[in-house]
Ligand binder design. Structure first.
Ligand code: DAK
Length: 257
């Protein structure tokens, strides 16, 4: 039986995906990307999906980048094929209709940092190390780093990181807004439990609608984006969730979504 490179754990619709190539610090090779894409395709149409958490196996690395050994001897045609598949996969992750959270538990470099940037938000353990060191290898980021990084941390900091290739620690990542919070590795499990509880207690369609409003709105001018928000807000009143949520408040009980 072939080794599973993406471990899956489903906790009532909160799915944790663990990239599992610990001997190579979870570097992304074609096999990982292929398996990740298959998993994402299977999640895209799941109505019961509430959130996706993505992390790396072991305590040393989230993802140390694309697999350099595999990339080294690619022909231009093979590089193009890899790029197409990788970009399609990361787009699928970004477009999932539920919150996607990166649990960055160590090295988060190159394609790993770009994977985290395609998630809705990231949290980090205090041993995490971030960077876009592609220039040290004679290439530029190819997984969206030059585009998503400036959108997250601003162009000046992004150009600093992609042109120097310097590594930053978890505290600096927090300060520049690359991650939302930092915690000791031993507390990551408790964070996941708390997040799972929180997301489970919210209206699932409202959670999806909130994400959709932010994502789709960012591609539009403010007036169009506000009109989109109004439409999605009104749509909430067409389902059962709003009625249950507001009735529960009035009746002083917990909503049952
Ligand atoms: N690829 C392949 N193997 C890797 C790897 C990587 N990115 N990172 C680490 N490994 C392997 C090491 O080769 C080593 O394997 P063995 O020698 O034991 O067989 C094992 O993991 C443990 O690594 P180290 O012995 O080096 O461990 P250290 O603690 O000493 O150092 C490190 C950890 C993370 C600082 C170091 O391993 C390192 O600098 N790794 C490379 C980090 C890096 O440069 N990452 C960026 C890669 S470039 C694209 C999409 C994406 C990309 C490009 C195009 N398209 C869609 C077009 C992305 C490019 C990249 O990510």
């Amino acid at each position: 039986m072939s080794e599973q490179l993406i471990e899956r754990q489903d906790n009532g619709g909160i799915v944790t995906l663990t990239i599992s190539r610990p001997k190579a610090l979870n570097a992304l090779n074609s096999a990982v990307i292929t398996e990740l894409e298959q998993v994402l395709v299977s999640l895209e149409t799941r109505d019961d999906l509430r959130a996706v958490l993505i992390t790396g196996a072991g305590e040393k690395s989230f993802v140390a980048g694309a697999d350099i050994a595999e990339m080294k001897d690619k022909t231009p045609e093979q590089a193009r094929e890899f790029a197409g598949q990788a970009l399609r996969t990361i787009k699928r992750l970004e477009k999932l209709p539920v919150p996607v959270v990166a649990l960055v538990n160590g090295f988060c470099l190159g394609g790993g940092c770009e994977l985290a940037l395609a998630c809705d938000w990231a949290v980090a353990t205090d041993n995490a190390v971030f960077g876009q060191p592609e220039v040290l290898l004679g290439v530029i980021p190819g997984f969206g780093g030059t585009q998503r990084l400036p959108r997250r941390v601003g162009p000046a900091m992004a150009i600093d990181l992609v042109t120097t290739g310097r590594k930053i620690d978890a505290q600096e990542a927090l300060r520049i807004g690359l991650v939302n919070r930092v915690m000791p590795q031993a507390e990551l499990g408790a964070y996941v439990d708390e997040l799972t509880k929180q997301l489970r207690s919210n209206g699932p369609q409202a959670v999806r609608g909130s994400k959709q409003a932010v994502h789709d709105g960012l591609d539009q001018d403010l007036d169009s984006a506000l009109a989109l928000e109004t439409s999605l807000f009104a749509l909430c009143f067409a389902g059962d969730e709003q009625s249950e949520g507001m009735s529960a408040f009035v009746e002083k009980r917990k909503a049952n979504f």
